[in-house]
Design a protein around this ligand. Structure first.
Ligand SMILES: Cc1ncc(COP(=O)(O)O)c(C=O)c1O
Length: 395
């Protein structure tokens, strides 16, 4: 192994949300954190070198969004995901969420419905509500084989003044990597209903060896007039704090409309360190990512084996991608507050509360496995101990 993912990195005291905001969010600071979706690993050395060079140069003036940066994104999408889109289809926003929010302005009016498939990333709810639009839920269906899209309900929901579908592909938090047949069926319904699709593919690079990420635009080119795809190196290379993301649209009309809104809000560019890191990530860091995925897949094996052998009442549908796993504690009959109390007070671990992802998340917690394996194992052992000693809870 060329890169080291085992040695713990000290993050406490670096003003990082995951470690330094524990007391504020969970009421105590002595917890091991497995919530905020960044990883407890150093980023790729090539990215650190690039940033060091820029810092050493000592000038932090206005950057340009160079053609080479756009090319790095289009090359990445082609080589990594088989999606051939030219650099002229690539543009930037400071983050996926700022991009999605701007797209909500661009393609809907106050009071319009925005569809999401729940349980889903909490910011999706927030950005819809804070911008005065209505959340329209199309709950995912839970099956023995994992979560699936409810197409009948989707078709029906999109008929109710819905202007946009916000898609998480792969899906946070259920770790589904949508297949071609699933995506094309969804695309057909959106075309039929003339609904704009914002495909959030921020987790696209974090896919395990038994799944394959497919960009929606690759699977459903006929959706182009309705489609904007968001990608980012932030989750992939652990540089979320730098705030850089890109969006891709291949249809001229939708591109121009979105560009106008971004220009109006003055959020069509990212800062000089972020753009440099983004380009280096996409040009030079594929080997780092390949090794990261081997490591994360072993973390998945650890979690699945541990649950099967020692905590069989905690259920997990086989995660296909990302490093966030949707743990199902419903068999213990605990509601969200009781489960959180057990995790925080007894196990001393911080996991994202399931209900933050929608009502269907009651009895669930989201586990972030992007950390050294020893830390992850400690988390599982703490949960096992807490569940076995908790009054009234039979392990
Ligand atoms: C599905 C999804 N979209 C967007 C984001 C955040 O994107 P950004 O930090 O670029 O705004 C996250 C972070 O966890 C996420 O899971």
């Amino acid at each position: 192994m060329l890169y080291d993912f085992d040695t713990p990195v000290t993050r406490i005291g670096t003003d990082c949300e995951k470690w330094d905001k524990l007391a504020e969010v969970f009421g105590r600071s002595d917890l091991l954190p497995f919530w905020v979706a960044d990883m407890d690993f150093k980023s790729a050395p090539e990215i650190i070198d690039t940033l060091r060079e820029r810092v050493d140069a000592g000038v932090f003036g206005y950057p340009i969004m160079a053609d080479s940066a756009k090319e790095s994104v289009s090359n990445w999408l082609k080589t990594r995901h088989g999606w051939s889109v030219g650099p002229e289809t690539v543009n930037f926003t400071p983050g996926v969420i700022s991009g999605l929010s701007a797209a909500v302005y661009a393609f809907s009016d106050p009071g319009d419905g925005i569809a999401i498939q729940t349980p889903v990333y909490p910011q999706f709810f927030k950005l819809i509500k804070l911008n005065g639009r209505e959340v329209v839920e199309n709950p995912l269906k839970e099956t023995d084989d994992g979560y699936v899209i409810d197409y009948e309900n989707l078709r029906e929901s999109l008929g109710h003044n819905v202007k946009i579908l916000l898609l998480s592909n792969p899906h946070n938090p259920v770790a589904r990597v949508w297949r071609a047949d699933e995506l094309s069926r969804l695309a057909d319904i959106c075309i039929e209903r003339e609904v704009v699709v914002l495909s959030d593919e921020i987790h696209q690079d974090l896919v395990f060896s038994d799944a394959k990420h497919l960009p929606l635009g690759l699977v459903a080119p006929q959706l182009a007039p309705f489609l904007i795809t968001f990608v980012a190196p932030s989750k992939t290379f652990n540089i979320a704090g730098l705030s850089a993301s890109a969006w891709v649209a291949t249809d001229k009309k939708i591109t121009e409309r979105f560009k106008r809104v971004l220009a109006g809000l003055h959020i069509a560019e990212v800062n000089m360190l972020a753009i440099a890191a983004l380009e280096t990530a996409y040009r030079k860091c594929a080997p780092w990512l390949d090794q990261l995925m081997v490591y994360l897949e072993k973390n998945r094996e650890l979690v699945e084996t541990f649950l099967r052998d020692r905590l069989p009442r905690v259920k997990l549908k086989h995660p296909e991608g990302s490093f966030i796993f949707w743990l199902d504690f419903r068999d213990y009959g605990l509601n969200n507050a009781e489960l959180q109390r057990l995790l925080i007070e007894d196990a001393r671990v911080a996991l994202s509360p399931g209900i933050n992802f929608g009502a269907a998340g009651d009895g669930f917690a989201r586990l972030n496995t992007g950390c050294p394996r020893a830390q992850l194992e400690e988390c599982l052992k703490r949960i096992e101990k807490a569940l076995s000693s908790s009054s009234g809870v039979q392990i």
